[in-house]
Design a binder for this molecule. Structure first.
Ligand code: HEC
Length: 471
């Protein structure tokens, strides 16, 4: 079969994928998602044109900026300017209108009409977009401050309360002032003497001016630690992935993303002696910056019955030991690739993390159920390497055994793709380098018939395999 199902602890195989960017998420109440998720932009009843008054900053614009923009657009955050005051917004009124009309901001590459619906979705309604546009066209009127909400508070505490275990790298990492974005993996020993069920994972970026987003994972084999030791600076450099095959994943963080507790019976499992890996995408700020990002772990309080599992959909491999077949000819502007995966048990889908590199163009995952009905899971019309997000479903989606999950994606390997790392374009194959490509749908799911009664998952009871090279 093309696809490989792996559980949280993946057996080490040389052909195995090199990147696991899966955020694991909370399973809420089990529910079947609608085939046609509600699109807030389609809500005609709330359109601005039904309201004749001209929008003002305080009454109409500020509430939108607080809700949808200030997570990133405030001092010390990753966005290049703040949107906290009237003057700041007025100065850019037309830019604000343009970026929301083009759906460039807030960054949310997934379609709002096909697939999902997703938690913490950064989506503006049609009415909100119209408000920003009309406000800009009307000359950005200020209105009465008394008509606006109080300023938003940005608090830096752990929103889920004090974690049971907080870990961070021994040393801070210095990010240079200028140059290309960096991807770096930090390796932190947990020192855990026994395995732990985890009900939530959260992250506290050390320096939000440069931490664009991050992914978490763990390693039981020492492979990441060996790479760390080989690099004189804290952590080691990667491109988008972890550089080793992690034993499992630990979610991630991006500005505006909130951590959640898993549903009571669901958890991840962190084996004794694991190292935690934090892969950080750094975006330079123009000044040298120092970062020491922390991870907070919340241990399960109640018995866990279901492991948060991972599965992947990707292009087919020729044999068990070969890389997925992906050969993108030089110059082709719309190269298509497909993959599929047959679900071997009844499951609930909890989250999806699409992954491609710089040539990625679009990405679609659908589920073909045994009764012939088809459900869109996620669609990305314009792949954005800079915003590789984990999408947590608002409600877990029930998928029966035998469901075929299908991937359809396109790449642009032409000279007119401004992101093409090769000039002139050259043939590109599967691999982990900037100039290679990947195409993976990471799925996070639970197995309906699993009842662990708080026992460690069987695969973690075996001794960890020896250090293994996966590069
Ligand atoms: C998740 C973080 C995030 C959120 C939320 C966000 N922005 Fe941004 N914004 C950025 C970053 C980072 C940049 C710098 C350019 C880039 O990385 O895309 C940016 C750039 C911009 C720019 C400059 C555009 C350009 O092409 O240079 C505008 C205008 C803007 N944002 C407006 C908004 C508005 C309006 C909202 C809310 C509706 C918003 N942003 C929400 C992170 C964010």
């Amino acid at each position: 079969m093309h696809l490989e199902l792996f559980a949280v602890n993946v057996p080490v195989r040389p052909f195995a994928l090199l990147f696991i960017g899966v955020f694991w998420t909370t399973a809420g109440s089990a529910a079947q998602a609608d085939d046609a998720p509600k699109d807030p932009r389609a809500d005609e009843s709330s359109l601005r044109k039904n309201r004749p008054d001209t929008p003002t900053y305080y009454a109409d614009v500020l509430p939108i900026l607080q809700k949808r923009c200030q997570d990133c657009h405030h001092p010390g955050e990753v966005a290049p300017f703040s949107l906290l005051t009237y003057e700041q917004a007025k100065k850019r009124a037309h830019d604000l209108a343009d970026v929301v009309e083009d759906h460039k901001m807030p960054p949310w590459p997934a379609s709002t009409t096909t697939g999902g619906p997703f938690r913490d979705a950064r989506i503006l309604s049609k009415a909100e977009i119209e408000t920003l546009t009309e406000w800009a066209e009307a000359g950005a009127p200020e209105g009465l401050a008394s008509a606006g909400p109080p300023p938003r508070k940005f608090d830096d505490e752990w929103p889920l309360g004090k974690p049971d275990l907080v870990l961070k790298p021994d040393d801070a990492y210095t990010v240079g002032a200028e140059g290309r974005d960096e991807y770096r993996v930090f390796v932190i020993s947990t020192g855990l003497k026994e395995g732990k069920w985890i009900r939530a994972v959260d992250y506290k970026p050390g320096n939000r001016r440069v931490v664009h987003h991050l992914l978490g994972a763990f390693d039981t084999r020492g492979a990441a630690k060996a790479k760390d030791l080989a690099d004189p600076k804290p952590g080691y450099e990667v491109f988008g992935g972890f550089g080793v095959l992690p034993s499992g994943t630990l979610g991630g963080w991006a500005p505006g993303k909130t951590a959640h507790f898993e549903a009571d019976s669901v958890g991840r499992y962190l084996p004794a002696g694991s190292d935690v890996l934090i892969q950080i995408h750094y975006h330079k700020s123009g000044k040298p910056e120092s970062d020491q990002t922390a991870i907070g772990l919340y241990f399960a309080r109640k018995p866990v019955d279901k492991l948060l599992r991972g599965a992947i959909v990707r292009p087919p491999t020729q044999s068990l030991f070969s890389r997925p077949q992906l050969i993108i000819p030089a110059g082709v502007a719309n190269y298509e690739t497909r993959g599929s995966f047959n679900l071997p048990y009844d499951a609930h889908l909890i989250g999806i993390t699409p992954h491609m590199h710089l040539l990625g163009k679009d990405f679609l995952l659908t589920a073909l159920r045994p009764d012939g009905s088809r459900l869109n899971l996620i669609k990305i019309d314009q792949w954005n390497f800079n915003w590789q997000l984990n999408y947590e479903l608002e409600h877990p989606i029930a998928l029966p055994k035998g469901t075929k999950i299908e991937l359809l994606a396109h790449f642009d390997n032409s000279a007119s793709n401004p992101n093409n790392p090769n000039s002139p374009p050259r043939e590109v194959r599967w691999g982990e380098q900037t100039t290679d490509e990947m195409c993976i749908g990471f799925l996070q799911l639970t197995r309906d018939d699993e009842h662990l009664h708080n026992q460690a998952p069987a695969r973690f009871l075996r001794p960890a395999a020896k250090l293994d090279r996966v590069n």
